[in-house]
Design a protein around this ligand. Sequence first.
Ligand SMILES: [Mg+2]
Length: 418
Amino acid sequence: MAGHLDGGRRDFLLKAGLGGGAMALAPYMALAQQRPTGTAANDFRIARVTAYSLQFEGTFEYGGLKKPSRDSATYVEVETRGGLVGHGITTIADPGAVAALVNLVAGPAIIGDDALRHEAIWDKLYWSLSPRGQTGFAGHVMSAIDIALWDIKGKAYGTPIASLLGGARAQVPVYVTFGPAFLDQNELVAVAKDMHSRGFNHLKMVVGSNALPRRDTRPMDQVVREDTARVAAVRAAVGPDAHIYVDGNCSFDLPNAERLTRNLMALGLSFFEEPITQNDVRLMADLRRRTGVTLAAGQNETLAYRFRDMMLADAVDYVQPNVMIGGGYTGAVKIAGMAAGFNVAIANGGAGALQNMHMHAGLANGGFCEWHLPWMGLNRRLYKNMPEPAKGLLAVPPGPGLGFEVDKDGLMEMRVRG
Ligand SMILES: [Mg+2]
C-alpha cells in the first residue's frame, strides 16, 4: 500500500512506523515501558480480527405501541496475542460488504501489528482502503476496527476510553431519537409523550423520510406539509419547554428544505440535522444564512476536509463526527479538535451513543449523544451490562475500555451466515 506513494515524508513515516525494524521501535520504547508488565496480557500484537454481519428483527415497544423494528450492523472483534479482546461496531452501510472488507482485506493487513499504536494502524488502513482519498465503506471498516483497538487500549491500562481521551466529565447529556418514519402521526405523539414523561426533554424525530432518494413517492410539497403537521402535533403534546430536533437524513433539495425549515422554526426547533442532499456545503450555508436555522451535519463524513469546509463556509452550528462511521476515535477526535478551533459545537448524530459517549465525556468540548430508540433494540440484544440513560444523562461505565461486553448468544442469533 505504500509502494505507490512517492518518496519524501510519507515514505519516511512509513519506514519509521510499521515494519520498519529497530528504527521503528525507538519512539515507542518509552510507551512500552509504561505498559502493564509481568502478565501474558502485555503482548499487544494483533492475532485475530473477525467481523460479523448482523441483522436484527425485533419490536419497537414504546408509548404503548408494539411494532416490528429492523436494524443491521457490522460487529468486529480484535484479539491480541496476549488474549485481550476489543470490540467495535459500525452501521449505515451494507453489513455484508463491510464484514467482507474487514475479514478479507483490513484484518489480514494488521495481523502482527501493535494494537496500542492506533495512529499507525489508522494510517495504514487509510492508505490501503482509500489510496486516492475515497471514503465510502473504508470509513466504516476503519471505524469498527479503531473502536476495538481503543477498547483493547482501555483494557490494557485498566481505564475507560473516556479517561484515556481526557476524562472531561463522568456523564454526558443525551437526546432521544424517538420518531422514526415508520410511526404515523398518532403513534409519534404517543412515543413523544412517553419519552418526555421518562425525563427526556430533548427529542429528535425524522423528517423527509427518504424523499429525495425517491423511495418515498409522495410529491415533495406533500412531504413538507405532512412533516410540518407531525412536528406540530409533537410540539402540542410535549409543551413549549421541550427541545425538539429534526433529522432530514440528507433527503431535501434546497427549496423544500427552506420551506420546511421556516415552518418548523415557527414551532420552536433546536436544530435541523442533515437537511440537504449529500450534505452539500454551499447549499447548507445558503439555508442557514437565509433562515437563521441552527444546523447540524457530519455523521456520515470521514475526511477531515469535509468538516473543515463546513466550518469555513459557516454551514453548520454543530459538527457530528461519529466514531462508528468517521474513522473511530482516532479520526473523530481530530474533527473535535478542529471544531474547538472554530468555536463550533460537536454533537453525536447517526446513533452509537454507547461508543460516542466516550469521546463526548473524554473531551472538554464534548456535547450531546444520541439515544436512538430503534438502534438500541439491536444494542440490547448484542451487549450485556450496557449502560442506560437516567434523567437525560448517560454515565460512563466504570469498567475498562468501552465498559460493556458482547452477549455471545445475541451475536450468534443476529449473525448473517453465508
Ligand atoms: Mg442523523
